[in-house]
Design a protein around this ligand. Structure first.
Ligand SMILES: [Zn+2]
Length: 375
């Protein structure tokens, strides 16, 4: 990762961020600002429920809606497929509705066609909705690279009524992703690594404040939000956590940078047994690994472990179905420390050996911590 070469600061964010109950029913108000023809890429399992709801909300104008179901993986092939399809419909705007991979694909399609894009997450599970980049995977689900777009989504539309009805595991996973934001921001600040705004910019003070607030909200409202969401109800704590998971985590990571936490997540994606876990679940474990890697104060490490345990995020290799064998852990460590990868934003030189050691040490630390607490 290149250290910044100048003192220039850079900051990127979506054009607008709108969050509240029932906002998906107002989609027409937002798309009509750009034109009549709307191409909607939606998760297959949502096309009956939310797809129908959207068609009804457009009334007679629903003839100008073109729906396509997302294939399930954000691959280059899928982006090409959807781009070709959307091209034929000549839309004025692209809308992505669903999980992070659907939104990343919609953003890439919009960029290919130089069209505006609305990113409408249906779960607060990742920080993909706000960012100006798309994470690309292989058909098998292994993360390969990112495509950086010219701009961030024009509008991020978050209907909290929909989010609170999604399985609670999504909200908790989003907290795992958001948990890393502040610690990775701090690592990037210490190593003076460029953020993801492009052209080697430093972090603005605003970005660091956003990353800090993201962590504060999780500690303050995380558990309350989870408990409310389990009852399917939206409270201010739920709204706060949805904002932390989506806006603060998204704008936070893009404007400060990822580091060890996400590197461990990338490493874990090479093991098939972790594919049943969500991004944020792997990032949560990765965040504890990063703190151990950086040898942070005990109180800080245990605050993060306590938070993960309170909301039910994975904290050990066993939680992620990973056998602690040399081959498995070294495979994760090698991918985590890959040359040119995000782990090199850490404020010291990182190697596969360092990650191997810290992953096993993290596993041992948490197991002992839980044993002491009788968990
Ligand atoms: Zn993430």
């Amino acid at each position: 990762m290149p250290h910044v070469k100048s003192t220039t600061r850079g900051f990127a964010s979506p054009g607008k961020y709108i969050q509240g109950p029932g906002e998906m029913n107002r989609l027409k108000e937002y798309t009509s600002m750009y034109g009549e023809k709307v191409f909607i890429l939606i998760d297959r399992y949502l096309s009956d429920s939310i797809g129908k709801q959207i068609r009804a909300s457009y009334g007679k104008d629903s003839d100008n809606l073109y729906f396509d179901n997302f294939n399930g993986e954000s691959t280059l092939k899928e982006i090409d497929r959807v781009t070709e399809l959307a091209k034929q419909d000549k839309p004025n705007i692209i809308v992505g509705i669903g999980g992070g991979k659907t939104l990343d694909t919609a953003k890439a399609v919009a960029a290919n066609l130089s069209l505006p894009v609305i990113s409408a997450p249906t779960a607060a599970s990742t920080d993909a909705p706000t960012s100006g980049l798309s994470v690309i995977y292989t058909e098998e689900g292994e993360q390969t690279h990112c495509i950086f777009h010219k701009s961030n989504p024009d509008i991020v539309l978050v209907d909290t009524e929909i989010i609170v009805k999604a399985p609670v595991r999504f909200l908790v996973s989003g907290m795992g992703d958001a948990l890393s934001t502040y610690f990775e921001a701090r690592a990037n600040a210490e190593s003076d690594t460029a953020n993801y705004v492009g052209k080697g910019y430093k972090r603005c003070k605003a970005a660091m404040a956003i990353a800090e607030m993201c962590y504060d909200i999780l500690l303050e409202d995380g558990l309350a939000a989870k408990l409310a969401a389990e009852r399917g109800v939206c409270t201010e704590a739920v709204e706060n956590v949805i904002e932390a998971n989506t806006l603060l985590s998204g704008v936070g990571f893009e404007n400060t940078g990822c580091a060890g936490g996400h590197a461990v997540n990338e490493g874990l994606t090479v093991l098939e047994e972790t594919h049943c876990f969500y991004h944020g679940e792997k990032v949560a474990f990765g965040t504890i690994c990063q703190l151990i890697l950086e040898n942070r104060p005990k109180a800080e490490i245990e605050e993060v472990i306590d938070f993960c345990l309170s909301v039910g995020l994975p904290t050990t290799l066993k939680d992620l179905h990973v056998e602690p064998t040399y081959e498995k852990v070294m495979a994760v460590a090698k991918r985590a420390a890959i040359e040119g990868g995000i782990a090199h934003a850490e404020p010291f030189n990182v190697t596969p050996e360092l990650f191997y050691n810290c992953i096993l040490a993290t596993d041992a630390y948490v197991r002992n911590y839980k044993m002491q607490k009788g968990i």
